[in-house]
Design a protein around this ligand. Structure first.
Ligand SMILES: *Cc1c(COP(=O)(O)O)cnc(C)c1O
Length: 238
C-alpha cells in the first residue's frame, strides 16, 4: 500500500478522533495512533511511517523482529500482542513499549533483559475487563497486588493500562469495558504509587476506536482501518 493511501485513511481517522474528542471535551493531541502492522508488509509499514504515523504496533515476534530490522530506526515501536517470556530478549532491543504486561514472570524477564541493556521499558498492564476466557490479561482485582509485586523492578516503567474489548458488532456495547479500564486507571492514580505513572489508556481498535476515545483512550491500536487490504469503504465515509 502506498503512503498516499495510508495518508488519506489517516486523515479520516484523525477526523473521527477529533469528533470523539469534541464530544468528550478532550484534546486530540492526547490521543496517539498506533498503526498495527502485524498483517502488513515491510513496504506498507514504511509507508505508514512516511504517512506521518509515528507509532507502529506489532504482535508476533517472528514477524516483528525481521520487519523492524529491515525498516531500521524509524518510529516508536509497540509490542501489543501476547508475549512469551523467552521472546523478551528478541524484541527488547527494538521496542520501546510493551502493551501486554500481564504477569509477574514476564515483568521479571523484562527487568532482567532491560537492566542488562541499561534501559527502561514503557509498559501497559493488560487487564481482562470482559472476563472472556480466550483473552489474556490480569483480572482487574489482581492489579494492585501485581503492582506491589513489581515495585522493585526499576527497568519496568508502568505507564498505564491496556485492554481488548470483546468483538461485537455495535461498538456501543464496548463502552462499559472502556469505562471500567479508565476507572481502574483512576484507582491507580489515586494510590499514587512511586513506581507507577498511570497516564496512558491503550484501548480501541478499528471497529470501536471512536467510543474508546470518547472514554479516554490515549493510544488507539488501529490495524485494518489504516493498513488493511480492503479498498476505501464508501459506507463508512472513508
Ligand atoms: C490486531 C490487533 C489490533 C488491531 O486490530 P484492527 O481491528 O485491525 O484494528 C489491536 N490490538 C491488538 C492487541 C491486536 O492484536
Amino acid at each position: 500500500m502506498h503512503a498516499t493511501d495510508i495518508h488519506l485513511r489517516y486523515e479520516q481517522v484523525k477526523k473521527r478522533i477529533e469528533a470523539a474528542c469534541a464530544k468528550s471535551r478532550r484534546d486530540p493531541r492526547d490521543v496517539r495512533v498506533v498503526a498495527v502492522t502485524k498483517y502488513a508488509t515491510r513496504e506498507t509499514t514504511e509507508a505508514a511511517l512516511q504517512a506521518g504515523i509515528g507509532h507502529i504496533g506489532e504482535s508476533r515476534v517472528q514477524d516483528a523482529v525481521p520487519k523492524r530490522e529491515a525498516v531500521g530506526d524509524q518510529g516508536t515501536w509497540h509490542f501489543i500482542g501476547h508475549l512469551q517470556s523467552n521472546k523478551v530478549k528478541e524484541i527488547l532491543p527494538y521496542f520501546s513499549y510493551v502493551h501486554s504486561l500481564d504477569r509477574l514472570s514476564l515483568a521479571k524477564e523484562i527487568q532482567k533483559r532491560a537492566h542488562m541493556q541499561g534501559r527502561t521499558v514503557q509498559c501497559m498492564v493488560q487487564l481482562n475487563i470482559s472476563g472472556e476466557k480466550t483473552k489474556h490479561g490480569l483480572a482487574p482485582d489482581d492489579v494492585l497486588g501485581f503492582l506491589d509485586a513489581i515495585r522493585d523492578l526499576d527497568a519496568v516503567r508502568i505507564r498505564g493500562l491496556m485492554t481488548m474489548a470483546p468483538h461485537v458488532d455495535d461498538p456501543e456495547e464496548s463502552r462499559d469495558v472502556f469505562r471500567e479500564l479508565k476507572d481502574w486507571r483512576t484507582v491507580l492514580q489515586r494510590k499514587d504509587l512511586p513506581h507507577v505513572q498511570a497516564d496512558h489508556l491503550s484501548m480501541g481498535m478499528s471497529n470501536d476506536f471512536d467510543v474508546a476515545v470518547e472514554e479516554g483512550a490515549t493510544f488507539v491500536r488501529l490495524g485494518s482501518i489504516l493498513v488493511g487490504r480492503e479498498r476505501l469503504n464508501q459506507k463508512e465515509g472513508l
